[in-house]
Write a protein that binds this ligand. Structure first.
Ligand SMILES: [Zn+2]
Ligand SMILES: [Zn+2]
Length: 174
């Protein structure tokens, strides 16, 4: 069975780990569990950008794989970037079977608004399902309501549902 292993990277509130493991396990019809904690790789920090390189985090995560078939989802509470973007909410390496999401820009406080824990959990679950969708072989979807729609801004994340459209669901084959 292809398990989903949630890897807390650095300091992450355990409450979110539980939310994410139950949401992803349910969506991918598999067992999702919280795995071994990982430290933030020091070499992922970019001093000039004051952000962390998502690809460097993914690279380090590969050594946390215990079984080849497992899908690993890292959760960080730091700001991530990828070379082509100013920031990313998440990043996946489908070939390696690893993905990471950041809670940093999912918080209302980041946008100068009052905190909303339920909304944060909902956003985290959506981003987790989206990145794992990539690990399961899906590309971005043009349907703005599909979870595989590319979130450029947090408003895109809020607009889309937590589920796959019929086409993506079919391709997922679950
Ligand atoms: Zn994506
Ligand atoms: Zn879709």
């Amino acid at each position: 069975m292809k398990r989903i292993i949630i890897i807390p990277i650095g300091k992450v509130n355990p409450e979110f780990l539980r939310t994410i493991s139950s949401a992803t396990g349910h969506k991918f019809h598999t067992k999702a569990e919280v795995g071994r904690k990982m430290s933030i790789p020091p070499d992922s920090y970019n001093v000039l950008r004051k952000q962390y390189n998502a690809v460097a985090v993914l690279k380090e995560m590969i050594s946390y794989k215990q079984r080849a078939g497992d899908s690993l989802l890292g959760i960080v509470d730091i700001d991530l970037y990828a070379s082509r973007f100013n920031y990313v909410l998440g990043e996946a390496d489908p070939n390696a079977g690893v993905a990471v999401i950041s809670l940093w820009r999912l918080r209302q406080e980041f946008y100068g608004l009052p905190g909303d824990k339920d909304l944060l959990k909902e956003r985290a679950a959506k981003e987790a399902i989206h990145e794992l969708g990539h690990v399961y072989g899906l590309d971005h979807c043009p349907d703005p309501e599909c979870i595989m729609y590319f979130s450029n801004r947090i408003s895109d994340t809020d607009k889309k549902g937590p589920g796959f459209c019929d086409i993506c669901q079919e391709m997922l084959g679950l």
